[in-house]
Structures are given as structure tokens and as C-alpha cells.
Design a binder for this molecule. Structure first.
Ligand code: GLU
Length: 420
């Protein structure tokens, strides 16, 4: 799906809910597009002493509930329409989780793997120079997203504080611990996904040891989801990254897989040749094969639009926990619904990251350190409560979890607009 279609789909999804909520046309108009879109050039001095111009974006969708909040991604496929769509989803995600934040999303068109560390640092600081007047602890608070991490947030926070002339750790979240980063923030999204998995287990009564999982994506989100699910005793039989992955009939150990990937450079190289295995019983698979595998639970934790009308009918999993942003298109959603597949929408299952970001924002403002136990505890409690709300509404109205989640979230935003 093109980024243009992704944006139009996000708008369409919103309008459907707005209709059910009988929303006033002014509010529909306000919410169907971002309040502000910033598109700017970032000149970066490259190691060869030549200046290269990169293109950066920040979409600020809505701030009725609080400052805009959302990640910044570094990816060659970043586009205006993509950040616009993702910023809309952030507004719903924050509202659903009950956070005092609106929605934003940013990005730079770049393949960060092709930059040296120095170039990456100058690019990150250049992004902040370009966007400086439009962000801040009470205006718009960015965080990590695809291909960005705590180190990049550190460069950005330091640049922001320098331009502001004042230490401003609450301007970003997902920072390293020494910059008022939060213990547990790094693993929060994956951890939150497993809180949702455990809620499904409570309801449907499956036994972890007998429950198979396939996880697409082995970045921060996919790996941590795998790690916590493994700790709970689930059987992870497949995982993958961009170039493919492995199938392990007996179940894989995520830490061992990570070590092997680090050694070999690719997950797909962690397989068995004869009796010699890097990961016991590992066999190579493609991303398509992973999605269509016979498993109980499928966890798309990589990029958007991987389950589409083309492959939805081939999905064999009974449950989908959406850890990537928008991994299931609406056409695919309808096909899966007819097949009886239960899909937990991304704005619920991957909300752990932004909920932890909220804790980090508070901690950075108050300059009081939170213990990791407190972070994970509060995170579980928040997500369990949100899951129960969504589940109860879906049962009450006989609608799927996605529709229930969107109804709750969008209604909250519309009510906040009316009050302001
Ligand atoms: N990038 C994450 C998301 O899509 C986290 C955003 C944040 O913490 O602000 O939810």
C-alpha cells in the first residue's frame, strides 16, 4: 500500500467512527487532518566535507488532550503522508491509554545504516535545529521510533537544551538513564504487548507451553516481546527481520537468537546445516512464510501494511497482536474478522512505549527517579485497565476490538475539543 493510501485509509477509518459518534462537522474537519505539518531541510556536513541536504518532517495532529506526542523515525520510506497518518494514530493511542497527550509523528528520509556515527549525530542535531520553535516539554515531545534509539534522543535533547539555554530533559522521552531516561522504557513496548497476550490467555485459557507464536520483526519491539513471552513460557517458533528469518519447530530462545544474529549479521543465517545448528533446529524462512505459518498467535512487530487483502485469507493464526503501527489493512481486517481471527489493534497492544514515555516525561519534569519495578507495575496496570475497557465495549456492542478501541479513543478526543 502506498503512503498516500495509508493516510486516506486512516482518514476513512476515523470518519466511520465519527459517523457512529454523530460528531459535529467542525470536529470532523479538525480531526481528519493534522493541525500542523512541518517539512524542512536538514543540511548535514558529511565526512567527505560536502554538505548533504536531508528532508525532515513532523506532523502534529491534535493537541486537545495535551502536548503532541510520538516518535521520530529514520527510514528511506518516510514521507509526508506516512507521518501524517501515523500522527493521527498517535492521537488515538494516547487518548485510549488515558494519557494527557495529543498525537504527533516525525521522520527523516534516510537510511541510517549508510551514515557514520558522526554523520548520524549531526543529522539528529540538525533535525532539532530545524524543528526547535515547534517542540518542547509542553508543546510536542518526540521519542524513538523505527531506527531511532536512546543515543539519538540524547543528541536531540542536548541540542534542544543548548538552543533553549536551559536543561530541558522533558523535551524528549526514550532517553538514556543519565539524561532522566526511565528504567524499563526501552523494553516497555514489547513488555506491554505481553501484558496484552496474558489478558488473552486469561480470557481464552490457553496454556503458554502449548501455545505457538510467530513474531515478525526482531528490533526493539519484536525482540522484547519475544523475550517476555519466552519468560512466560510461550513457544516462539518463528522470528524474522527485513531479509527473512528462521523457523524453529521446538521453539527458540530469543537471547540465543540475538547473540547468533549479532555474530552472523542476519537471523536468517542462524539455522542448521546437518547436525550443526546456530539456533537449535533453525530453518530459514521468508517473511511471507512467517505470516502464513500455522501458529496460534501471530505478532507483526515490524512495519505497516504487512497483512493485506492478498495474504489475509492465508493467515492461519487464531489471534493477532499488532505490535507494529498499522500492520493490518482495513480490507485484511474484514477478511480476518470473517475467519474469526481475533486481532488486538496496535493502538492498544503497542501502547506500552508511549505509556512509559508518559512516566519518563513526569520523571524528567519532577526530577525524581522511578524504580523499574514501579514502572513495569504501573505499565501493566494501565494496559490491563485499557484492555478491559476495550474488551467490555466490544462485548457490549458486539463489535471487534479495533472498533471498540477507536470508539473510546476518538470520543475522548472529540469531548476534549468541545471543552477547549
Ligand atoms: N514510537 C512509539 C509509538 O509509536 C512511542 C512514542 C512515544 O513514546 O512518544 O508509539
Amino acid at each position: 500500500m502506498s503512503e498516500q493510501t495509508f493516510f486516506l485509509e486512516t482518514q476513512k477509518q476515523f470518519r466511520e467512527i465519527a459517523k457512529i459518534l454523530d460528531m459535529e462537522s467542525e470536529i470532523i474537519q479538525e480531526l481528519e487532518s493534522p493541525q500542523r505539518l512541518i517539512k524542512f531541510q536538514i543540511p548535514v556536513l558529511m565526512d567527505n566535507k560536502k554538505v548533504k541536504i536531508f528532508l525532515g518532517f513532523r506532523s502534529q495532529h491534535n493537541n486537545a488532550l495535551g502536548p503532541y506526542k510520538g516518535g521520530i523515525r529514520f527510514h528511506p520510506q518516510v514521507s509526508e503522508n506516512e507521518v501524517k497518518a501515523l500522527s493521527i494514530l498517535m492521537t488515538w493511542k494516547c487518548a485510549l491509554a488515558g494519557l494527557p497527550f495529543g498525537g504527533g509523528k516525525g521522520g527523516i528520509i534516510v537510511d541510517p545504516r549508510k551514515l557514520s556515527r558522526g554523520e548520524l549525530e549531526r543529522l539528529s542535531k540538525g533535525y532539532v535545529q530545524g524543528i526547535f520553535p515547534c517542540i518542547g516539554p509542553d508543546i510536542d515531545v518526540p521519542a524513538p521510533d523505527v531506527n531511532t534509539n536512546a543515543q539519538i534522543m540524547a543528541w536531540m535533547t542536548n541540542e534542544y537544551s543548548k538552543l533553549k539555554g536551559k536543561d530541558s530533559p522533558a523535551a524528549f522521552t526514550g532517553k538514556p538513564l543519565n539524561l532522566w531516561g526511565l528504567k524499563g522504557r526501552e523494553e516497555a513496548t514489547g513488555y506491554g504487548g505481553v501484558v496484552i497476550l496474558e489478558k488473552l490467555r486469561e480470557i481464552f485459557g490457553f496454556k503458554p507451553k502449548e501455545t505457538t507464536l510467530a513474531i515478525q520483526g526482531f528490533g526493539n519491539v519484536g525482540f522484547n516481546f519475544a523475550r517476555f513471552a519466552f519468560q512466560e513460557g510461550y513457544k516462539i517458533i518463528a522470528t524474522s527481520e527485513q531479509g527473512g528469518g528462521i523457523y524453529v519447530s521446538e521453539g527458540l530462545n530469543p537471547e540465543q537468537t540475538l547473540r547468533c544474529r549479532e555474530e552472523k549479521g542476519k537471523i536468517a543465517r542462524c539455522y542448521c546445516v546437518g547436525s550443526v545448528c546456530d539456533v537449535n533446529f533453525g530453518k530459514q524462512i521468508t517473511n511471507e512464510q512467517l505470516l502464513e505459518m500455522k501458529v496460534d498467535i501471530l505478532v507483526p512487530a515490524a512495519v505497516e501494511d504487512v497483512i493485506t487483502k492478498e495474504n489475509a485469507s492465508k493467515i492461519k493464526a487464531k489471534y493477532i497482536i499488532e505490535m507494529a503501527n498499522n500492520p493490518v489493512t482495513s480490507e485484511a481486517d474484514a477478511i480476518l474478522g470473517n475467519k474469526g481471527v481475533i486481532s488486538v489493534p496496535d493502538i492498544l497492544s503497542n501502547a506500552g512505549g508511549v505509556v512509559a514515555s508518559y512516566f519518563e516525561w513526569l520523571q524528567s519534569k519532577e526530577k525524581k527517579r522511578w524504580q523499574k519495578k514501579k514502572v513495569l507495575n504501573k505499565l501493566s496496570k494501565t494496559l490491563e485497565k485499557v484492555f478491559d475497557e476495550v474488551w467490555d465495549l466490544s462485548k457490549k456492542e458486539s463489535i471487534n476490538l479495533r472498533k471498540a478501541a477507536y470508539l473510546i479513543a476518538i470520543d475522548r478526543v472529540a469531548k476534549a475539543i468541545k471543552k477547549s
